[in-house]
Design a binder for this molecule. Structure first.
Ligand SMILES: NC(=O)c1ccc[n+]([C@@H]2O[C@H](COP(=O)([O-])OP(=O)(O)OC[C@H]3O[C@@H](n4cnc5c(N)ncnc54)[C@H](O)[C@@H]3O)[C@@H](O)[C@H]2O)c1
Ligand SMILES: [Zn+2]
Ligand SMILES: [Zn+2]
Length: 364
């Protein structure tokens, strides 16, 4: 079928809107009419890594249009949020941790179905598609039973897409990954969607002090409105010293949400004895970081990467949605809406820090 998609064309290049061809759903696939999709920093990270013309986007929300013959989880007219793809058969998936699927890169970043066939074509030639098992910068997307999550129909569908990546990544890192207790010191580096979702979750748990580090004044203000007790400007003074001054003996938890290696090093150095650093940001390819091994040993530190907030999406996304509808996880405060044809403005606003979470509305 013909769909309208926002195509990326390589590093830094503007998106263009074009009509392209989307395959019919196979027996295990779900065709979704998108209502809206978030733009995540990872979309821009991948746009700038690959030379190919691509349909990116991985925070889709929409309505099931059609299902393949083997699909039982959803049916046409169901409201769904799309998330990351996973295989269901590897050791990680079988042990209930699909976010570490051995086939994660192929299924989410491979540009085609796992068997290599394209889902999208432009004038007959294959496009880089099937991004995170969806490619949601388009009016319709093909997903699989594994990565569509049915959601309540009384929820405002057009704001829900970010639950599928940015929000679950930050909130899940706290609620599923680090699991701090009330009264424990928690530091978040980077107040984008990922970091601020972590702030909302840590605030909900009652972490104290809850400290945020970000160079942008508007984001520090937002972090405070969402529950942070302290919001630190890393340009004003060494953020590690500022954190040690506030906490006395260092934080018990830190969460890196920028992908900048030097910030990761700060996130480790600000920890006190028994501290744990969670690492979420997408680093530059091949990046390494320096860690004081003596401190690692003597303080018994832990460092752990985390994908997608270690979210088992069919359970965790409806849970986050319930919290949102109860007013406990107000991630809609991060969202600014743009029509699909304003995608380049949305990207510029996001890169320049004017918008935290751009959400593209699809034409009707
Ligand atoms: N692990 C995962 O599964 C996963 C999922 C989604 C996104 N990501 C990655 O997480 C990161 C955050 O995503 P986002 O959408 O929130 O991005 P974002 O760009 O909106 O947020 C990053 C924030 O970091 C701040 N920052 C810049 N320099 C800083 C510094 N020196 N100290 C502290 N903060 C600084 C920026 O001002 C910005 O507010 C990205 O790298 C993204 O690719 C990872
Ligand atoms: Zn993402
Ligand atoms: Zn798997």
């Amino acid at each position: 079928m013909k769909v309208t998609a926002a195509l990326s064309h390589g590093p830094g290049k503007p998106f263009t809107l074009e009509d392209v061809d989307l395959d019919d759903p196979r027996p295990d696939e779900v065709l979704v009419r998108l209502v809206a999709t978030g733009i995540c920093h990872t979309d821009l990270y991948v746009r700038d890594l690959i030379p190919a013309t691509a349909v990116l986007g991985h925070e889709g929300a929409g309505v099931v249009e059609a299902v393949g013959a083997d699909v039982t989880k959803v049916q046409p007219s169901d409201h769904v949020v799309l998330s990351y793809a996973w295989c269901g058969a590897c050791p990680s998936c079988e042990s209930g941790e699909p976010y570490y699927c051995h086939d994660f890169n192929v299924r989410n970043m491979g540009g085609a179905r796992p068997d290599g066939t394209p889902t999208l074509r432009r004038r007959g030639a294959p496009l880089f598609g099937n991004f995170f098992g969806q490619s949601s910068f388009a009016t319709f997307a093909l997903a699989t039973e594994a990565n569509v999550v049915k959601v309540r129909k009384d929820a405002p569908l057009e704001v829900l897409g970010p639950l599928g990546c940015g929000v679950q990544t930050g909130a899940g890192a706290v609620m599923n990954g680090l699991e701090p207790l009330p009264g424990e010191a928690f530091v978040v580096f980077g107040a984008g969607t990922v970091g601020l979702s972590a702030v909302m979750a840590a605030n909900l748990i009652g972490c104290e002090p809850l400290i945020v580090v970000d160079p942008l004044p508007a984001r520090r203000d937002l972090a405070k409105r969402l529950g942070a007790h302290h919001a630190i400007d890393p340009a004003a003074a060494d953020p590690v010293k500022q954190i040690l001054t506030i906490t006395g003996h260092g934080a018990l938890y830190s969460l890196e949400c920028t992908g900048i290696p030097a910030v990761f090093e700060q996130a480790v150095r600000c920890l006190g004895p028994r501290g744990t650093c969670g690492f979420l940001g997408a680093p530059p390819p091949g990046a390494t970081a320096a860690i004081d091994l003596g401190g690692l040993l003597s303080k018994g530190l832990r460092i752990r990467g985390m994908i997608e907030g270690e979210s088992v999406v069919d359970a965790f996304i409806p849970h986050l949605l319930d919290l949102f509808l109860d007013g406990l996880l107000p991630f809609d405060t991060l969202v600014t809406f743009y029509d699909l044809d304003r995608i380049n403005e949305a990207v510029a606003d996001s890169l320049e820090g004017r918008t935290v979470k751009p959400v593209l509305r699809m034409p009707r």
